[in-house]
Design a protein around this ligand. Structure first.
Ligand code: SF4
Ligand code: SF4
Length: 483
């Protein structure tokens, strides 16, 4: 039992700064390419234009909060079509499952914003302070003019990147050129400045200082991914049966690992992959590049460290050849994820092209079910909710078809035409009347179909129409009880 005088061990470990060394190779090149692509997509997208006519915004990708719509090139999604967003989120989740079960944390290593921005921040750090050894020296040396100059310059560039990141984000929510002008003139909405300030600060802190701490402690994905990987998943592994005992190549009996620490020094997570698979490893492949470089120099076979599955490790230890990469990628689990992913994708595309251009909802008013007019006619009332998805005011007309004859009238409107303002939803009451003694007046229920036609505008006439099936309630078996 521990003495009460002895303080309990601290559960907190102070962060050891990591200074990844520069490395060249296949995986580093792939990471540079993906980083450039993703940063370009993020920063450039709000500036892309897409002509939707004079009354709709021409920004290709826009979350139009004011009118509660989302524009993505030729696609326009309304809040009630949230199933598209839900479908895309499910696809994103299944995509992550697919890639993780095939190749471990490749999302973390290559595409996660935390990785991409941290890579960018390290690039800036390296330009200003030098490679690993120079940065280590600077970190350990006392503050002087040179250290202050380099640090201030680095932080200033980091802040500018953070500002550009926050700035790009707010451009997704309103017309980018207009907002840019307003931001410069100081006339933008305070929400825009606040959002930019928060994103600038989080980018600066997460990319500049927290770095691998976010991946290890803050992000839930490393925990969730444990359920996605299995013994056939490709992850980063060290061939210890080939590399050990490590040490000088010139010494008889040593394995291929010369213990140069190159794989450790390039690792952005600060881990030694020779200790075995670890939760902190983001499978970025930089240690493979570093070790292959060393192996080439000492004239040993490449891939002492490489992507491999646990099943391959067992086979190789037994002297057999590893399975092909494709047999790890194409297996029932990954195929199932791929089929589900593609199925949802196809369903979303079909829903996108099959959705009606007019959105109408008809609700029969049930209290009372019907009204008997002074001439004996039976009247039902319906509430129509009609959404004008266009950027200009539009006229819509109403009609009804049925085996029985009905009279139609709109509350507060002459004729059967109604004007719905641009981007708004109008609620309109519709009266449907069956003449006294008619079959519809006498029957309990009669099917009828409402038709709504978009008349468009003079410049842009339309013939779009949709129908909505409902019922008309007559006197039927409750004759004499109503009213
Ligand atoms: S161990 Fe290798 S793959 Fe894993 S994070 Fe470090 S450098 Fe990347
Ligand atoms: S880079 Fe390769 S040789 Fe050098 S320590 Fe790492 S595993 Fe060993």
């Amino acid at each position: 039992m521990q003495s009460p005088d002895v303080p309990p061990p601290s559960l907190y470990a102070a962060r050891e700064p990591i200074f990844p060394r520069r490395v060249k190779g296949t995986f580093r090149s792939l990471k540079w390419a993906l980083m450039g692509l993703m940063l370009a997509i993020y920063y450039v997208t709000p500036w892309l234009r897409w002509d939707r006519g004079p009354s709709l915004p021409d920004q290709a990708v826009l979350v139009d909060l004011a009118h509660r719509r989302f524009f993505f090139f030729m696609i326009e999604i309304w809040p009630y079509e949230f199933y598209f967003v839900a479908g895309l989120l499910i696809m994103a989740g299944l995509g992550l499952f697919l890639f993780t079960s095939a190749a471990g944390r490749v999302w973390c290593g290559y595409a996660c914003p935390q990785t991409v921005w941290t890579d960018l921040y390290i690039l800036v750090e390296r330009w200003i302070e030098g490679d690993r050894n120079a940065r280590l020296r600077l970190h350990r040396q006392a503050w002087d003019l040179e250290k202050a100059r380099k640090r201030l310059l680095k932080w200033a560039v980091w802040l500018l990147i953070g500002l550009a990141t926050g700035g790009a984000w707010v451009f997704y929510f309103t017309d980018a050129p207009t907002l840019a002008a307003n931001l410069i003139q100081g006339t933008a909405h305070p929400v825009a400045y606040t959002t930019m300030a928060i994103l600038t600060a989080t980018t600066f802190v997460f990319g500049g200082f927290a770095r691998e701490q976010i991946c290890i402690y803050a992000c839930p994905w490393p925990r969730i991914q444990a359920a996605m990987v299995d013994e056939d998943t490709l992850t980063i592994g060290y061939r210890d049966w080939r590399g050990e005992p490590r040490g000088k190549a010139s010494v008889e009996g040593h394995g291929d690992c010369i213990d140069c620490m190159a794989c450790v020094n390039v690792c952005p997570m600060g881990i030694d992959i020779r200790d075995g698979q670890q939760m902190a490893c983001i499978t970025c492949g930089l240690c493979i590049d570093a070790c292959n470089d060393v192996m080439a120099k000492i004239d040993k076979p490449l891939n002492l460290i490489s992507y491999m599955a646990l099943t391959d490790e067992v086979r190789e230890r037994a002297g057999a050849a590893p399975k092909s990469i494709w047999s790890h990628v194409f297996r029932p689990r990954t195929m199932l994820y791929a089929v589900l992913w593609a199925g949802i994708g196809v369903a979303l595309v079909a829903a996108l092209f099959l959705r009606a251009s007019i959105d109408v909802n008809v609700t029969p008013l049930r209290n009372p079910l019907f009204v008997t007019l002074s001439d004996g006619a039976i009247r039902n009332t319906y509430e129509l909710r009609l959404r004008n998805k266009h950027g200009e005011d539009r006229w819509f007309t109403f009609a009804a078809t049925s085996d029985a004859a009905f009279g139609l009238a709109l509350e507060g409107a002459a004729g059967l035409k109604v004007l719905v303002p641009a981007n708004e939803t109008k609620t309109q009451r519709l009266f449907v009347t069956a003449a006294a003694g008619s079959s519809a007046a006498q029957a309990a229920r009669t099917d009828l179909r409402f038709w709504v036609q978009d008349l468009g505008t003079q410049a842009n006439p339309s013939n779009d129409r949709v129908h909505y099936d409902s019922v008309f309630n007559g006197r039927g078996d409750i004759e004499g009880k109503a009213e």
